[in-house]
Design a protein around this ligand. Sequence first.
Ligand SMILES: C[S@@+](CC[C@H](N)C(=O)[O-])C[C@H]1O[C@@H](n2cnc3c(N)ncnc32)[C@H](O)[C@@H]1O
Length: 293
Amino acid sequence: MAEGGRKEEEINPLFGERCLDDPEEVFQHNSWDHIEWDKDQLRQAEETIKVNSSQKLSDEEQRVLKSNVSQKWDDFYERHQTKFFKDRQWLFRLFPELLGKDTPQSLLEVGCGVGNTVFPLLQTKSNLFIHCCDFSSTAIELVKANPLYDTQNCSAFVHDIASDDPLPLPPNSIDLISLIFVMSAIPSERFKVALSKLVSVLKPGGKVLFRDYGRLDLAQLRFKKGKCIGDDHYVRDDGTLSYFFTEEEMAELMEGSGLTKELLHTDKRLIVNRGKQLKMNRIWIIAKYCKLK
Ligand SMILES: C[S@@+](CC[C@H](N)C(=O)[O-])C[C@H]1O[C@@H](n2cnc3c(N)ncnc32)[C@H](O)[C@@H]1O
């Protein structure tokens, strides 16, 4: 596989604050394979998690932290503007539904950030009208400032999906909802509230498309002691949150919200960075759930 033009340090998860989550990017710069872990690897990973979660933040520290997360994401986008996340072209292969149908459809892209899913989708000229939201007003300003932003096909708005505020969309009005690395960013005790709001705007027959961090992912193992706020739940150095899912809890969450499984998969990859001679175990959860009625 050809080495890409970018410097290794920019793409190597071990050098960045965040882990690279984009298989397409990884693929261009490294070799990668589906893997199953052996017992020793599993034991070591569980041990690392036990150590890194042995010292949890106090309730008061967590309260302050969680009351301020949208500001932390605003700071993140002030710092990185549109340059941090790469366009998520690979999503169309994972979820071909995003390419639309002959008849017009609607998509709600939740936690859209600066539009790394929205703009590649708009460029496909599919029949989708895209509603997209994020609780970072800086991110939404950047979406609206993008020359590809077109109100004929897209409507961006600020909304906190973890809040009790209803979504500004009619009930049963949306065909598809995409949740791409956003559920992991909200406090875990708000997962059910967020999903129930989303399900309320989904049409019968509509689908939720999900991709996010899986438990034991490299990003989880890299957290140091003192960053844990709950089981498989951490705060990054920049104050944003990160949760790591299992298939079982994903099933419980989705089914508990009245959705029916179409796909639930743990994507395990061994990524080898040949330049740095590094092996990285990445784990992502991919899910597709349908609202039957
Ligand atoms: C890791 S980024 C993913 C961005 C985008 N989905 C993508 O794949 O490029 C997580 C995004 O979720 C947003 N976010 C986090 N918590 C949120 C919440 N409670 N409501 C709405 N957006 C939220 C953040 O502002 C950030 O833009």
